[in-house]
Ligand binder design. Structure first.
Ligand code: SF4
Length: 257
């Protein structure tokens, strides 16, 4: 993405992706609707214009770290296999899982996520390893493009890791808040100053406890908050947007993939 201005890349994205607009009918409860081109035209344009950057991974001492993608930008990421590490996934989430679809077409990603999961068999060694290999100069880091916090020990490992990088802003979206045993370690994680953790929900899930930032799906009648700026065409990537990673901001609303 380097070498192009954000404006020109945004124009390209408008050609390829649907985006969300505030619905003009004030009586509509969720207040958001899809705009954009037909799916086939979008897919064809997207293949032409955007390199599938998600396929590129760095392997650092056995840990597969993503180097970003067309949505998050040039941001490091850490992922696990979808579905099997998602104890809080609702039936809706399992039906719409974009990460699972992506793994099916990118076997290299599937393999990298499985090898990351294997490292978590010894959680203390896992956190020591991640603390040892991540660069100290990262401005931000996205937790789980795929996968989720699958156990209390795993969430606690990220409490240790994030606490070691006070200069880095970590952010992620989780449905594991809906698993009673995982809520407490996730509360500890989101209490860390440099961590922004959203409770993902969907029309088939309840709302999280008070105090959580919520990631809604736009078809949810309860949806409120900032329409994802990358999906509504205002920003190219999370890297240039920064809304979710900033403290003291509100909820976010995503279009279902
Ligand atoms: S609102 Fe901004 S930071 Fe959040 S997901 Fe969308 S583009 Fe990324």
């Amino acid at each position: 993405m380097r070498g192009h201005s954000e404006k020109s890349l945004l124009e390209r994205r408008r050609l390829t992706q649907p985006y969300l607009k505030v619905r003009e009918d004030p009586d509509h409860r969720s207040g958001f609707e899809n705009q954009g081109r037909k799916p086939f035209a979008r897919a064809a344009f997207a293949l032409f214009l955007f390199k599938p950057k998600e396929a590129i991974k760095m392997k650092l001492f056995g840990v597969s770290v993503g180097e970003g993608n067309t949505k998050v930008g040039d941001v490091m990421t850490f992922s696990l296999p979808s579905k099997k590490t998602c104890p809080g996934a609702s039936a809706w989430c399992l039906r719409h899982c974009y990460a699972h679809r992506y793994e099916q077409i990118r076997p290299a990603c599937q393999k990298a996520y499985a090898s990351n999961l294997a490292l978590t068999q010894d959680m203390k060694a896992f956190s020591r390893l991640v603390i040892g290999i991540l660069p100290r100069i990262m401005p931000s880091f996205r937790l789980h493009v795929s996968g989720d916090f699958f156990s209390a020990d795993y969430a606690s490992a990220w409490v240790r890791i994030c606490s070691e990088f006070p200069q880095t802003r970590f952010w992620g979206y989780t449905r594991s808040w809906a698993v009673p045993d995982l809520l407490e370690p996730l509360e500890r994680l989101r209490e860390i100053n440099n961590v922004q953790l959203f409770a993902s929900t969907d029309p088939e899930m309840p709302l999280p406890p008070k105090g959580w930032r919520v990631a809604f799906i736009h078809t949810d009648a309860r949806a409120k908050g900032m329409l994802c700026r990358a999906q509504n065409g205002d920003r190219l990537t999370c890297e240039t947007c920064g809304y979710c990673v900033q403290r003291d901001r509100g909820h976010v609303v995503f279009k279902a993939h």
